[in-house]
Write a protein that binds this ligand. Structure first.
Ligand code: GCU
Length: 428
């Protein structure tokens, strides 16, 4: 929020207070939104190993500290995803030349995962530039409401899986009338114009977003080995969605129109938490983008600003592994904080985007996590380029990218413009 200074006219002061009041009132009540009230905290040092060894070069980071931090996030935060493989089959159900007014090729691919009753059919929608010179770099994104909501083209398949009841949906089924309903979040036209492919997957095709005791989605494909059931470090939904993104990348690597070595993974909000974890666990992603991911994503948990670990574990008990609940109102005892999650993308380019009015997701905490990830990037000779949080709409594009956009929790054309500029710098 803007500071009130002497040079402001009375009318400006009034509107600034009014804006702060409106923004505050839009946040869930009973949480901290006052920067001055953030308690002191000490972040775990990404460069000090559990046995005290100081990480002084990228080799030690890659061989010792990175695997250690991955393991800590697996044990304590997101849970451990299975490493064994299951049957996977790609069925290209549509290939349409001349989509988007002639400039793109649209493909729809069903990714069949597993066999039998619990098998999943995940539908990936892919637009590639029609007249690209060779395989294109691209963005793999994950959406909230179904592929048919990202664009109003009538041929886009609707999910047959669970969708969230909202805006009049009462039976958890996707509706025709929602075609294109989330189009403002996906600047597909511009992405294609700039020479990139765009792929998107509906998160509910991978794992329905409600707590069913982990009997559906990808968890059903890998029942616990232990007869006594799930362990407190077993994977939960965020890890499930991230695993699904890796399966989508398995397909993109095989698509001749796309350069699988230049795919950025991008998600918003809970799916921004997911894209960060996908990028951490799957180093094939060449770039990682988190849009307004907040608590359990890019924001420092120890700040307890906006959403807290206790609140997220209570509202969404299926997102993180059971061990994460040990840190409810006890963030300081967690051996990791979210700057270390961002650091797991190193040395690949990573982008953290905040929105000014999105106090629930703690924009300052997202910036500070980016800043505290920088020492790891420095081991590879890369810098962030910011030492203080930049003003709204003034992006910083070091090897770590960051901006805080004016406005609310959302994905906008402004955000995409930054991601495209960042990709031009690193993926082209
Ligand atoms: C809730 C939740 C956030 C999450 C967001 C979303 O607001 O508290 O952690 O990011 O939903 O995914 O839309």
């Amino acid at each position: 929020m803007g500071l009130v200074t002497e040079i402001m006219k009375p009318a400006q002061i009034c509107s600034s207070f009014l804006l702060s009041f409106i923004i505050l009132n839009a946040q869930p009540k009973g949480f901290l939104y006052d920067e001055l009230k953030v308690n002191n905290y000490k972040l775990p040092d990404p460069l000090i190993c559990l046995d005290g060894t100081k990480v002084v070069n990228s080799k030690l980071w890659l061989s010792k500290r990175r695997p250690e931090i991955i393991n800590l996030f697996e044990q304590e935060v997101y849970g451990q995803s299975p490493s064994n493989t299951i049957p996977i089959r790609f069925e290209v159900v549509e290939e349409e030349k001349g989509a988007l007014g002639g400039k793109a090729i649209r493909k729809q691919v069903i990714i069949h995962l597993g066999k039998g009753e619990q098998a999943l059919a995940v539908n990936l929608l892919v637009y590639s530039p029609q007249n690209g010179k060779g395989p294109a770099p691209g963005f793999l994104t994950i959406n909230f409401h179904g592929n048919h909501t990202v664009l109003s083209e009538s041929g886009i398949l609707m999910p047959t899986s669970w969708v969230r009841n909202r805006n009049g949906i009462k039976d958890n089924r996707a509706r025709e009338k929602d075609r294109g309903a989330a189009a403002s979040r996906w600047d597909i036209d511009e992405i294609i114009n700039r020479g990139y492919a765009f792929a998107t997957v509906y998160y509910g095709d991978i794992d329905p977003d409600f707590h069913d005791g982990f009997n559906n989605g990808p968890h059903a494909l890998f029942p616990p080995q232990d007869p006594s059931g799930r362990k407190p470090s077993d994977w939960a939904s965020i890890a499930g969605w991230a695993w699904g993104l890796s399966r989508c990348l398995d397909y993109l690597e095989k698509d001749s129109l796309i350069d699988g070595k230049r795919v950025a993974v991008m998600g918003h909000s809970r799916l921004g938490k997911t894209s960060l974890w996908a990028g951490a666990t799957d180093e094939r992603f060449a770039m990682v983008i988190s849009n307004n991911s907040g608590c359990g994503g890019a924001a420092i948990s120890r700040r307890r600003f906006g959403e807290t670990v206790n609140r997220i574990n209570t509202s969404f008990p299926h997102w993180f592994c059971d061990n994460y609940k040990k840190y409810n109102d006890n963030e300081g005892n967690c051996p990791v904080d979210q700057h270390m999650l961002i650091a797991l993308s190193a040395p690949r380019p990573v982008y953290i985007a905040s929105a000014e009015e999105d106090l629930w997701a703690d924009p300052t905490g997202e910036f500070l996590a980016s800043l505290n990830a920088e020492p790891v990037y420095k081991l590879f000779g890369y810098a962030f380029g910011a030492t203080r949080k930049p003003p709204a709409n003034q992006p910083v594009h070091g090897r770590i990218g960051y901006h805080v956009r004016k406005g609310k929790h959302d994905v906008t054309a402004y955000d995409w413009e930054q991601y495209l500029n960042f990709a031009d710098k690193y993926l082209k």
